[in-house]
Design a protein around this ligand. Sequence first.
Ligand SMILES: Cc1cc2nc3c(=O)[nH]c(=O)nc-3n(C[C@H](O)[C@H](O)[C@H](O)COP(=O)(O)OP(=O)(O)OC[C@H]3O[C@@H](n4cnc5c(N)ncnc54)[C@H](O)[C@@H]3O)c2cc1C
Ligand SMILES: NC(=O)c1ccc[n+]([C@@H]2O[C@H](COP(=O)([O-])OP(=O)(O)OC[C@H]3O[C@@H](n4cnc5c(N)ncnc54)[C@H](O)[C@@H]3O)[C@@H](O)[C@H]2O)c1
Length: 470
Amino acid sequence: MPDVFDVIVIGAGPAGENVAGRVTRGGLTAAVVERELAGGECSYWACIPSKALLRPLDLAGEASRVPGLTVSDLDVGDVLAWRDEQVSGYDDGGQVGWIDSVGAAFVRGSGRLTGPREVEVVSAGGETRTLTARHAVVLATGSSPVIPPVPGLAEAGPWTNREATGVRSVPERLLVIGGGVVACEMAQALHGLGAKETTVVVRGDRLLERVEPFAGELVARSLAEQGVRIRLGETVERVERPVPGGEITVHLSGGDVLTADEILVAAGRHPATRDLGLSAVGLDDRGPVRVDDSMRATGVDDGWLYAVGDVNGISLLTHMGKYQARICGDVIVARARGEADDRPGMRDRADALGSPQVIFTDPQVCAVGRTEDQARSEGFEVRTVEYDMGAVAGATLLGKGYAGRAKAVIDERRKVLLGVTFAAPGAAELLHAATIAVTASVPLDDLWHAVPAFPTVSEVWLRLLEAYGM
Ligand SMILES: Cc1cc2nc3c(=O)[nH]c(=O)nc-3n(C[C@H](O)[C@H](O)[C@H](O)COP(=O)(O)OP(=O)(O)OC[C@H]3O[C@@H](n4cnc5c(N)ncnc54)[C@H](O)[C@@H]3O)c2cc1C
Ligand SMILES: NC(=O)c1ccc[n+]([C@@H]2O[C@H](COP(=O)([O-])OP(=O)(O)OC[C@H]3O[C@@H](n4cnc5c(N)ncnc54)[C@H](O)[C@@H]3O)[C@@H](O)[C@H]2O)c1
């Protein structure tokens, strides 16, 4: 295998793989360097296994609302086997095969920048190989979990997303630190799979602080009804686990002392830039790699360095990393060929609008665009409308006790949507319509003519427009 490629990608997660796919499609040669498994965090320890664990619980919740159906006890062994199937038994043969199929070279090892366009790769066996890029190096190294500096926490061997999504034996007593997306999804999954005591310790005053407050409140209420204890406005001050693998004692800021069998830390993520050699090319070794709207790293002479996905810190979501990767790959191809590099599709517009996201709790929280607070702080002339989704005819047919809420944030000057949030069971597939309306700035007067079918939950669109006064 040659050591000179047009493009070198470090990291074969969803973002890195998509860059490789785009640049080889454009006729360039590429090498993809990966130190663990091709497919990245997303495929083995994040999106895929977490959703595999949540899906049976989600379905059981939906089925239990429908008269005439009896939901039997979950077979936890079968659920874990389904998770194992979804992560291909933690074997990346299929993903490496895909990289081969697009004509990119797969190089297993840890990559670091050693100079302009130069990447040193060290294999697990210690062999070193130096790769050179003719046109570009793309960083797609993802992120790693933050472990807060709480005395005794690191020593207690806390779980991160890896142990939680890869669970083999569900702990009886689980304590979760954090109130964000991972905390909510994994508390729901592990409690549903049999944890007897699940406690979520949240330093803020609500769950899911980045979405509309009502959505976090609905999730908090639902988790509490399922038996999860949520402690708002508290932090973990000290942790003790005298016997490795034994009982953990957790001291909270309010003075209470809890015991647990495992602690899951879900306190956010760091961009994976450590040991990446950024200082060798004049960049800061800490923090995200800053990029422009073509994903080119700022502050690097000759503009040969790019960063996509979690490592640039813009939007820690797989679909947004893949979107950035498509832009990045196409821009690199255009620049390598000396063609126009500013065609539609070659600049990141979606991140600034507010990335779409589905949080797979019960209710699912689906949001795109700006929240009301964000829109107001950015100076928009804002009006909001809300609607009880349980009152939509299509929703009443989905089962007894279906409950949810929708909110639209409207730019009064342009009469377009700035943001939409749904928090309701099974709402995930409703989100893309909102994403289209927000991204394309569809005028409300036109949206009025997009007639939702009866009797579906999507009639909530009609109700929101009526609530607006149409
Ligand atoms: C529990 C959990 C659930 C999630 N669920 C969702 C979800 O449902 N939907 C969603 O959109 N997002 C979800 N996310 C976020 C999503 O996982 C990330 O946004 C996504 O994985 C980022 O993709 P990436 O390609 O940037 O990085 P990653 O998937 O992290 O891949 C980076 C790759 O780079 C490799 N690497 C790192 N450094 C080097 C190096 N020096 N040399 C060689 N290789 C290197 C790593 O081994 C890894 O394979 C979830 C996250 C977590 C933690
Ligand atoms: N369904 C999805 O789309 C999905 C699912 C999981 C994760 N993700 C992505 O992965 C990323 C990471 O998720 P996450 O939940 O780890 O991060 P997050 O940023 O969503 O939440 C972090 C939480 O930890 C708390 N926290 C931070 N530092 C703390 C400290 N020192 N002590 C106590 N609490 C602390 C924060 O207040 C917040 O509640 C997110 O950006 C998310 O978008 C997406």
